[in-house]
Design a protein around this ligand. Structure first.
Ligand code: GUN
Length: 290
């Protein structure tokens, strides 16, 4: 079984970004700036946003984490976003999810200017995925696609299953896979008889957010298993698929590990998106100037 690690793919993306920024440096163009809003002190979310900030530093982007308490009202949160939308120094805005239940995540995300929506979670940017001409792509699904490409796993004509239909992963991933000519099936919590169908798929992307909900032996012999889950349990970080190196080793062809698989890619793709939106804004500015 081949282990599809995220680190080499992430490093390649980081190298590409650094190469592009070297050109920006020569032309004295201001490097990208990412603003991240963190509501509350959820330990997992705090770790994620710190990793995003660390990666920004590593690449030379400027960044800020705006930390607000869970008592913040939706209107106050939206006002912070409106100020960031107006701030010409800010290229990307990310609201770390989940938000407290008292706040409508959809309404908050819709406040973000689509041209600064580095997560690709506004309706406008999600809609652009359907037309095949997105400004940016959602970080985790595009990280999955980047990994498949890096490891030369072609999806064209393949039977690909997505298990999970979240707006952050499953739903956009359908479209990114379709664009690459995969034959896509989606399973979710209401799907019947999933077990009996799993062996039909060459590639399975699991994003259900439940530790060890599946095991390798349930998939087709020689399947590629992409585990998008990052679950915190007493065993540490675990995927949605049991990392079964005894039984699974001879059964499937390749799998992403957790940790060290798709999770690593999400941050790399966020950086790529921040650079892409910064570039768009710089180009628009240059066009106005000329
Ligand atoms: N929380 C967990 N994953 C994500 C993500 O990709 N984007 C945001 N904004 N919040 C998250």
């Amino acid at each position: 079984m081949i282990i599809l690690k995220g680190a080499p793919v992430s490093q390649k993306i980081q190298a590409d970004i650094l190469q592009e920024l070297a050109g920006w440096n020569l032309r004295k163009i201001k490097f990208p700036h990412l603003s991240v809003i963190l509501v509350g002190e959820d330990p997992a979310s705090s770790i994620y946003v710190t990793r995003k900030e660390d990666m920004c530093k590593k690449l030379g982007f400027s960044s800020e984490i705006i930390r607000v308490s869970t008592g913040i009202s939706q209107r106050e949160l939206q006002n912070i976003i409106i100020d960031l939308n107006k701030n010409s120094s800010v290229d990307g805005i990310l609201v770390q999810l989940p938000l407290p239940v008292s706040i409508s995540a959809r309404e908050v995300l819709e406040t973000i200017d689509p041209l600064k929506d580095v997560d690709c979670l506004t309706e406008k940017n999600l809609g652009k995925i359907l037309t095949g001409h997105p400004l940016v792509q959602p970080c985790t699904p595009s990280g999955v696609m980047e990994m498949l490409k890096h490891y030369n796993i072609s999806v064209q004509g393949k039977n690909v299953a997505i298990i999970g239909r979240s707006l952050i992963v499953g739903v956009p991933l359908i479209h990114l896979l379709l664009k690459e000519n995969a034959s896509v099936s989606v399973f979710h919590s209401k799907s019947e008889k999933i077990e009996s169908q799993l062996k039909n798929f060459d590639i399975v992307c699991v994003a259900v957010g439940k530790s060890h909900a599946f095991k390798y032996s349930q998939f087709k012999h020689d399947a590629v298993v992409i585990d998008v889950g990052i679950n915190r349990s007493s065993k540490g970080l675990t995927g949605d698929v049991l990392n079964d190196m005894t039984e699974g080793k001879n059964h499937i062809k390749a799998a992403t590990p957790v940790p060290g698989g798709v999770g690593v890619m999400t941050i790399a793709m966020l950086m790529k998106n921040t650079l892409a939106l910064a570039k768009l804004r710089r180009n628009a500015y240059e066009n106005l100037e000329s």
